[in-house]
Design a protein around this ligand. Structure first.
Ligand code: F6R
Length: 607
């Protein structure tokens, strides 16, 4: 979602801001802009479209400004136009603001400011902040921002530049992330670490309801009452090389191919050397006590949570439910001190998941975060955390983090099962040994890449695609359909194969592609019969299977994609890989923007 960057220092700000905005592109956006402090005035460049187009616009701009703020906008209020692009300014044009998140009471604020004589020019909620700061400004920018933020409702992050306070930038956070750093030439603020890679080695994270003042020499953080706060410094561990494409055409393809390593690293740190048990930083006395488990998450992370729901049912003696985080608070989950809630999130910043976590904690539940991003809000607010070690994921469509999530959830399930004494040691050992072999099987699964590329040519013109599976492969079918929708814009649906005859079968027409996941491990004969039903209606049958030798496939399947045979936690992971590749190659055939699909954001910080 929106990206924020700000710099105050001794170097030219414009190239630095543009470079950082490119590093934030992966978050998803539809317009971009910068504001610079030039000769006592604010100079703005904004446009709808990509950062490289903004760069083209400003190529000949004569500026030596060393202070500025920049933004990539993902439209919430108003279309993605130049007028709505950030930075926004107040009436005088001397205060510029960039903002991430939503000001929920913006309409009331706008009406009040307009009645007081302010001229609001855009449709955004952000612009009211610039005017609100103007209304409060009485010589002290920090105080004016504090007063404005106190009146704003919602979850947001903002950075403010004022022509009348040329020696500082003010930033504030409530809900949306902000990272601060000093690179020796000046101070920086960003909504994400990748924007700072190669510049800063140490960062500090702003917490909710904090405001910071950045100067050329450093930054100071304050709470709402103006008290100075000391924050720990964190080393930036991401290698700048991790944000290169390394010869791949797209980040998504690179990340699909990184899965053996991502899973290997996720597993390695949690497996004890004997490979007979799982080591996680959880308090045993607490995790032994619960009698109900919820897994809360969104999108791909929800599909990983669903896979865990299926897998954990065989490991734990308590009810387990995967729930979409945004639904969690509008339903009536059973929450008490005996409830365990696992919040699963790649970014660790998804607001729906964060709100579900807070809701659960307020009602006494114990919350474990399962995140890829250490120091993210979900990581910091949970009682304990388990990490996926997938490394940074730049492609908007999640791939390596999905399979790493299933692997980590699998280990967590074994750990919880052992803590509850419900999982026999031999069973745990068997599963852990299989997991230790998994990275090698992932490499095997990736070998089908060329075949899948050829297959994609046969279905890239489809209007609808159905994905069918049963058991722990059903969440994988959902994920395969989601991947296809996200990056190729083809309508796709995942169904439990047994449900097909209850409705979706009506969609099957001459040539409709139906991707069926067929495994010896789950309802094999029944799924085979479902394929037969599709074939009888002249659907195009693509069968992903760990039983490619099945003789009847010779006449039932138009295409067979073989997956290495595996059991337990490894099975959904191995079946996910061909579906990721299929979505990828179909999208490439259709010429879509694979890494930054339309309308999507990598980190969803609005509810
Ligand atoms: C799909 C995708 C999204 C995310 C969802 C949750 O490819 O990336 O569906 O999975 O927005 O994001 P996290 O995992 O960051 O909470």
């Amino acid at each position: 979602m929106c990206g924020i960057i700000g710099y105050i220092g001794s170097q030219k700000a414009l190239p630095l801001l543009l470079e950082a905005l490119k590093r934030l592109e992966y978050r998803g956006y539809d317009s971009a802009g910068v504001a610079l402090l030039e000769d006592g005035q604010i100079m703005r460049f904004r446009r709808a479209g990509k950062v490289r187009e903004l760069e083209e616009d400003v190529r000949t701009a004569a500026t030596t400004a060393t202070t500025g703020i920049g933004h990539t906008r993902w439209a919430t209020h108003g279309k993605p136009t130049e007028d709505n692009a950030h930075p926004h300014v107040d009436c005088s044009g001397r205060i510029a603001v960039v903002h991430n998140g939503i000001i929920e009471n913006y309409a009331a604020l706008r009406d009040r400011l307009a009645a007081e004589g302010h001229t609001i020019r855009s449709e955004t909620d952000t612009e009211v902040l610039a005017h609100l700061i103007e209304a409060h400004l009485d010589g002290d920018l920090l105080a004016a921002v504090r007063a404005a933020v106190a009146q704003a409702q919602g979850a947001f992050a903002l950075a403010v530049l004022s022509a009348d306070a040329p020696d500082r930038l003010i930033v504030a956070r409530r809900g949306s992330p902000l990272v601060l750093a000093n690179d020796g030439t000046g101070s920086l603020v960003s909504s994400d670490v990748p924007a700072l890679l190669g510049r800063a080695t140490d960062v500090q994270y702003l917490s909710d309801n904090e405001i910071a003042e950045l100067t050329r020499d450093g930054f100071r953080i304050f709470d709402t009452s103006g008290r100075r706060i000391q924050r720990p410094t964190h080393q930036v561990t991401t290698d700048p090389v991790a944000i290169q494409k390394a010869g791949y055409k797209h980040y998504m393809l690179k990340e699909i191919h990184e899965q053996a390593r991502a899973i290997g690293e996720t597993i390695r740190e949690k497996l004890l050397p004997s490979a007979a048990s799982v080591s996680l930083p959880l308090v045993q006395s607490r995790i032994r006590r619960f009698d109900h488990v919820y897994l809360v998450s969104c999108g791909t992370a929800f599909h990983a949570s669903m896979a865990a729901e299926y897998l954990w049912e065989g490991l734990l003696p308590v009810p387990i439910q995967a729930m979409i985080a945004s639904e969690f608070r509008v339903r009536s989950p059973h929450l008490s001190s005996r409830t365990l809630v696992v919040a699963v999130s790649q970014s660790g910043e998804t607001i729906d998941t964060l709100m579900a976590l807070r809701h659960a904690r307020e009602r006494g539940a114990q919350v474990i975060a399962l995140v890829n991003n250490e120091q993210s809000a979900i990581d910091r607010e949970a009682d304990a955390s388990v990490y996926t070690r997938a490394g940074i994921e730049i492609g908007v469509a999640a791939t390596k983090t999905f399979t790493a999530q299933i692997a980590a959830l699998g280990l967590l399930g074994i750990h919880l099962g052992q803590a509850h004494f419900s999982l026999p040691a031999a069973r745990a050992q068997e599963e852990l040994e299989r997991l230790a072999r998994l990275p090698g099987r992932v490499i095997e699964a990736l070998r089908a890449s060329d075949q899948i590329c050829e297959v994609s040519e046969r279905i890239h013109r489809a209007r609808d695609v159905l994905y069918l599976a049963r058991g722990s492969l059903y969440p994988v079918a959902l994920e395969g359909a989601l991947k296809l929708k996200e990056i190729s814009y083809i309508h796709a649906e995942g169904y439990p194969a047994g449900e097909m005859k209850h409705g979706p079968i009506a969609l099957i027409d001459e040539g409709t592609p139906v991707v069926t996941l067929l495994s010896r491990g789950t309802a094999y004969d029944k799924v085979l019969a479902n394929i037969e039903e599709v074939k009888a209606r002249n659907g195009f049958t693509l069968v992903v299977t760990d039983a490619p030798e099945e003789p009847s496939l010779a006449h039932l399947a138009d295409v067979v994609l073989a997956v290495p045979a595996a059991e337990g936690i490894s099975r959904p992971i191995l079946f996910a890989i061909p579906l990721q590749l299929l979505a990828y190659y179909i999208a490439v055939q259709r010429g879509t923007d694979v890494d930054q699909p339309r309308n999507l954001a990598k980190t969803v910080t609005v509810e």
